[in-house]
Design a protein around this ligand. Structure first.
Ligand SMILES: [Zn+2]
Length: 251
């Protein structure tokens, strides 16, 4: 079975010592295409080089809200230079729970990247944590914008609003945990045509891997969980999610 990991930080330093082995395990698990979004300009050259070395890595370049202290205005001038060969702009977004960066500052970087994605005809990879309504409001300001809200953590109503805007929703390890009943109800109910599978490795390991470093090979655990939740066959779900990822990222 062939799988696409639609969100994996394979460029993270936590993979520096054994990235080759991680990629071998991914291949054995059937994970043949991996979308890797950068989080700050400090990592852009490293990611570009990694993608040039391994054809399974599909890079995206952007400025993540957690790292606003590293972002510089000059990054917005440099970003277009990285977009040739990129599958998306991102990771960008808003986070009102896991970091305490000023929301106006986060909005500044988000808006610049939404605008850039639209003008370069690329999708955006959006991080939205405890800020889904604001993210929806911002996306509405850019008609025609395509993208994914990764590691979706909102309500079914918010999911449907994003789907109406033409967005996809990424689901990963967090849906596999026994206590995530609300999120499981969402992943069960959303249209299959808008689902993407992701690991968000090295973070967010699936249930049964708690405390371990997450890696793309674990995508099969996530697929199995979501297939069970949706009472569908893993192979059929994988085929749909692969199709969705190829559509969005033009893989
Ligand atoms: Zn991420």
């Amino acid at each position: 079975m062939l799988l696409i990991d639609s969100h994996c930080h394979l460029d993270d330093a936590r993979f520096d010592s054994d990235r080759v082995e991680v990629l071998q395990r991914a291949r054995r698990a059937g994970v043949e295409q991996i979308v890797v979004p950068a989080v700050s300009s400090r990592g852009w050259v490293k990611l570009k080089n990694l993608a040039e070395l391994d054809s399974r890595i599909y890079p995206a370049f952007g400025l993540h809200p957690w790292f606003c202290d590293q972002h510089r205005e000059d990054d917005l001038q440099r970003l277009p230079g990285f977009l040739d060969g990129a599958v998306a702009v991102g990771e960008c977004g808003l986070d009102a729970g896991l970091c305490d960066v000023d929301m106006q500052l986060q909005l500044h970087w988000l808006r610049a990247q939404l605008k850039m994605a639209l003008s370069y005809d690329l999708p955006v990879i959006v991080h939205a944590y405890k800020a889904v309504d604001v993210v929806i409001r911002e996306i509405r300001c850019y008609p025609g914008l395509r993208g994914v809200v990764h590691s979706f953590s909102g309500s079914l109503q918010q999911a449907e609003q994003l789907i109406d805007l033409g967005f996809y929703l990424g689901f990963g390890g967090s849906v596999t945990h026994a206590r995530a009943t609300r999120l499981q109800a969402v992943v069960k109910a959303v249209a299959a045509e808008r689902l993407l599978l992701e690991t968000d490795a090295p973070d967010q390991p699936p249930a049964g891997r708690r405390g371990e470093r997450n890696e793309p090979a674990f995508l099969i655990d996530i697929l199995a969980h979501i297939a069970t939740l949706r009472s569908t066959d893993s192979q059929a779900l994988a085929a749909t999610c692969n199709h969705n990822a190829r559509e969005l990222f033009r893989l």
